[in-house]
Design a protein around this ligand. Structure first.
Ligand SMILES: Cc1cc2nc3c(=O)[nH]c(=O)nc-3n(C[C@H](O)[C@H](O)[C@H](O)COP(=O)(O)OP(=O)(O)OC[C@H]3O[C@@H](n4cnc5c(N)ncnc54)[C@H](O)[C@@H]3O)c2cc1C
Length: 289
């Protein structure tokens, strides 16, 4: 890569025009924990890297009308250390906390985790479970899209050339809500998920589940929102029968690969276990609120 192939603008407009007008391959960079590894392994050879970390609005967390707006380049450690966010969205923090080491999380962002579009990305299932919405800036202006619509395949996103995610909006939370994310890896740390499960649910005052979202990672080409698993919880007190229904639906939704980390059958079976455990943890948290 030529030395002149790096820019660090301090406005969204400048970043978008640099990315949109560059000839050849131009890439946004937040923490660089994926892109620099890919660069050094010769997996990519961009003509221009546009560093997003100097753009203030991409690096801030704000409380907005009951919810949170989180800049796309906010680091994992900043998110984990934000007491109000961590108390409101512990499941999102579960996912972020699993990304690499403290050093990696000191750079890595949820925008980068999402746009790298790995099927096993740890912050993505809880973001989808949270119904987070991405704000996207591009050559044709600004638009919003549910996080669930961003990843279209391994390493592929729905972002057009020149578009960047500027922030994520996390909605306000009704009382008795809880979320959780769990993953299974062959090693306890610094490994990629065989299965990830994110669950977000809300109970009414009597303890009946009135809303739920269940998302699996690493068991299909993209993270998957499993409506049948959520339906198994809604209208119940999240008892054993409901959890068994969720587990069955989670396994049925899987379309995994076989690789050195786990066979297809292992992933299908453990998806049921992880989804159930994540639901139990989300339930425990919902009952505390
Ligand atoms: C040692 C190590 C361990 C790791 N462990 C894990 C793990 O356990 N779980 C896990 O999920 N990941 C893991 N990762 C991968 C990586 O750290 C995460 O995916 C991280 O969240 C990427 O964020 P980033 O800001 O560094 O992204 P970058 O590397 O800056 O960018 C990643 C991709 O997203 C694009 N991008 C970045 N920001 C934006 C934006 N705002 N708008 C549009 N496109 C954007 C870039 O162009 C690039 O294609 C690990 C990485 C390392 C090096």
């Amino acid at each position: 890569m030529a030395e002149e192939g790096y820019a660090a603008p301090d406005t969204v407009e400048a970043a978008v025009s640099l990315l949109g007008e560059a000839g050849g391959d131009a890439r946004a960079m937040a923490g660089g924990t994926d892109i620099m590894v890919q660069l050094h392994a010769d997996l990519i050879d961009p003509d221009l890297i546009v560093d997003l970390k100097n753009i203030p609005e991409l690096c801030t967390i704000a409380e907005v009308t009951g919810g949170f707006r989180v800049g796309a380049a906010v680091t994992g450690m900043e998110l984990m250390d934000h007491a109000a966010f961590a108390a409101t969205w512990p499941g999102v923090v579960d996912g972020v906390a699993l990304i690499g080491s403290v050093q990696v999380k000191g750079r890595a962002s949820i925008g980068g985790n999402l746009c790298n579009a790995s099927p096993a990305a740890d912050s993505v299932p809880p973001l989808i479970a949270a119904e987070a919405v991405a704000t996207i800036a591009g050559p044709n202006g600004s638009r919003e899209a549910p996080v669930a619509d961003i990843i279209t395949g391994p390493g592929q996103t729905s972002l057009a050339r020149g578009e960047i995610i500027t922030s994520f909006l996390f909605p306000s939370r009704p009382p008795h809500s809880g979320d959780a994310y769990l993953r299974l890896t062959p090693r306890t740390e610094m490994d990629i998920a065989i299965v990830g499960a994110g669950v977000n649910l809300t109970l009414d005052d009597g303890g009946v589940c009135v809303a739920a979202r269940v998302v699996l990672g690493a068991v299909a080409p993209t993270p998957i929102l499993v409506a049948e698993a959520a339906d198994a919880l809604i209208g119940t007190r999240v008892d054993d029968a409901a959890l068994a229904g969720l587990a069955k639906a989670a396994s049925a939704a899987c379309n995994p690969i076989d690789d050195k980390r786990g066979t297809k059958l292992y992933r299908i079976k453990t998806a049921a276990v992880m989804a159930r455990r994540a639901a139990e943890k989300a339930l425990e948290r919902a009952r505390e609120n």
